[in-house]
Design a protein around this ligand. Structure first.
Ligand code: KIV
Ligand code: ZN
Length: 547
């Protein structure tokens, strides 16, 4: 590759833009699906935390995603709200429309650039027969997508998907072309988490050396954690000159996840001496944001997780305790308070009043609408009768039960009974209401265990057999009367559907989780026709545009 000019690129400032993609890439983590009301609460929390950009969703992918973007752009003030699109006219159009021409918004359009992606995803001859022809198609699609996105908003981000495995020459050609077409942020994702830090930094250096980059253009990192380098790679990216980091709370995301927001932010803060870079994050809110996301997506934060794990500031060994007591800095490089790891001195229990409850919920960043406050308080009192002390996780679960579900439910559990014994096969009886017709079906099931019997009975009642791909149960609070959260994943040949529910009664939670998954399946079927219609539109537009 010939060198066009010597690397003169100067990053626009020392401020690193924090681009949060918890609601998009984060939610792509298997089993991390969140409801729209949950996502809205998270978006509020992210705005409070001080993220610069919220990637709110991928509007073309489903009506629910489009609605999420519309609601976030309408309800959230502060951060730039971004919508994702592939580099096709239909996708860009859907992203632009979901952003409603309101406030400061961004369209983030992406297309694969590596040979391996070109050969597989663009394998069909209509994209070109040779690799060279496929590259031409991708280049044309990239330019056209950026140009179309510019008709909706000035703020357009372009991602060269799998940049980490893309050859230098083609990468630079695409990046130069999209900059010339008006892209204002250029993202170089390590989509597969393949790069070593030195390799990832070299990609930025190559682009900076070979492309002509106007001052206002910002470069971005987007790192996956398949080899455990996501945070390290994000940091070397900004050291090389990137000024945006794409990351997620708790590092959730596709496969092994994305770079964890709390880790990159604290790395920049703690090592400001070395890097001289700043973010706009209020780090004291990291812990609360982490808890909110963990509760809503159902992924437990491991105790040893950096920054937000419960042990991250704990000292067990006597020698450490002694050192910390004499001088905190002996074993701690940052203060627990600075990331919001505070111990709550006020305990909530049956004697707590409304003030105590709503005050704590507010501290946790949970906003309760006026019209549901009494109901939430009533449920809190009932729970406090059963449980001596109510902790934050109990509160999240309590409030979660008041969020409206995303989809219109199709089935409702009216009644269930499960019997087990040492000398008889577990048996379950359920009554399920079919909400479309109002009909109630009572059915019986037997199985290897009580849950198996229960799920079989439900299958009979909805008149369909489902494959249970995964069933897991975890305790999400402490004590014998703890909340159990059940997650199920079902399929009926084809896509999988997840359901989640929590209760102090895990058999009941299992039935609810299974029904939630069935409700998603039923809603998917109802949406399928409209999605197919949209997809056909994309393909027609594509064929008309570039083939
Ligand atoms: O990992 C990736 O390449 C992505 C793109 C859509 C930016 O998530
Ligand atoms: Zn990604």
């Amino acid at each position: 590759m010939t060198k066009k000019k010597s690397g003169t690129y100067q990053p626009p400032s020392d401020r690193v833009v924090i681009f949060d993609t918890t609601l998009r890439d984060g939610e792509q983590a298997p089993g991390a699906g969140m409801t729209i009301p949950e996502k809205i609460q998270i978006a509020h929390k992210l705005a409070e935390l001080g993220v610069d950009v919220i990637e709110a969703g991928f509007p073309i992918s489903s009506p629910g995603q489009a609605e999420t973007v519309q609601r976030i752009v309408t309800e959230i003030d502060g951060p730039v709200i971004c919508a994702l699109s592939r580099a096709t006219p239909g996708d860009v159009q859907a992203a632009g429309e979901a952003l409603l021409n309101r406030g400061h918004t961004r369209i983030h359009t992406f297309i694969a650039t590596s040979d391996i992606h070109l050969q597989s995803k663009f394998g069909e001859d209509r994209y070109g027969k040779t690799l060279e022809e496929k590259r031409e198609t991708v280049l044309k699609m990239s330019i056209e997508a950026v140009q179309l996105a510019k008709s909706f908003t000035d703020d357009v981000e372009f991602s060269a998907e799998d940049a980490g495995r893309t050859g230098d020459e083609f990468l630079c050609e695409v990046i130069q072309a999209v900059i010339d077409a008006g892209a204002t942020t250029i993202n170089l994702p390590d989509t597969t988490g393949y790069c070593f830090p030195s390799e990832y930094a070299a990609i930025f250096e190559t682009v900076f050396t070979h492309c002509t980059i106007p001052k206002h253009v910002v470069f971005s990192t987007h790192c996956h954690d398949d080899l455990g380098f996501a945070v390290a790679n994000s940091i070397v990216g900004v050291t090389a000159g990137a000024r945006q980091i794409e990351c997620t709370i708790n590092g959730i995301g596709e496969r092994a996840g994305n770079a964890a927001l709390e880790e990159v932010v604290m790395a920049l803060r703690v090592r400001e001496d070395r890097l001289g870079l700043k973010t706009g994050i209020n780090t004291r809110l990291l812990m609360r944001t982490s808890k909110l996301v963990s509760t809503f997506c159902g992924f437990v934060v491991p105790p040893n997780k950096a920054i937000v794990g419960s042990n991250a500031f704990g000292h067990e060994a006597g020698i450490h305790q002694d050192g910390v007591l004499k001088m905190r800095e002996t074993y701690e490089i940052m203060r627990a308070e600075d990331v919001g790891q505070e111990t709550e001195s006020i305990r909530l229990g049956r004697h707590s009043g409304r003030h105590g409850l709503f005050n704590r919920l507010e501290k946790l960043g949970i906003l309760i609408p006026e019209n549901t406050r009494e109901k939430v308080y009533g449920d809190f009192v009932k729970l406090a009768d059963r449980k001596k002390e109510i902790n934050d996780i109990d509160l999240f679960n309590l409030v979660n039960e008041h969020s409206a579900p995303v989809n219109t439910p199709h089935y409702e559990l009216v009644h269930m009974e499960v019997s087990v014994g040492t000398d008889k096969k577990p048996k379950a009886v359920v009554r399920i209401k079919h909400l479309r017709t109002g009909q109630v079906e009572e059915k019986t099931g037997t199985g290897d265990g009580p849950i198996d019997a229960l799920f079989r009975a439900i299958d009979h009642a909805v008149n369909e057999a489902h494959d249970l791909i995964n069933y897991s149960i975890r305790s999400i609070s402490e004590g014998a009367d703890a909340f159990g959260e059940v997650s199920v994943l079902i399929t009926i040949g084809g896509p999988c559907f997840a359901g989640k529910a929590s209760s102090t009664d895990v058999v009941f939670a299992s039935a609810e989780a299974y029904l939630n998954a069935l409700n998603s399946l039923a809603s998917f079927r109802a949406d399928e026709e409209s999605i197919q219609f949209v997809n056909d539109g994309i393909m027609q537009a594509f064929q008309g545009g570039v083939a």
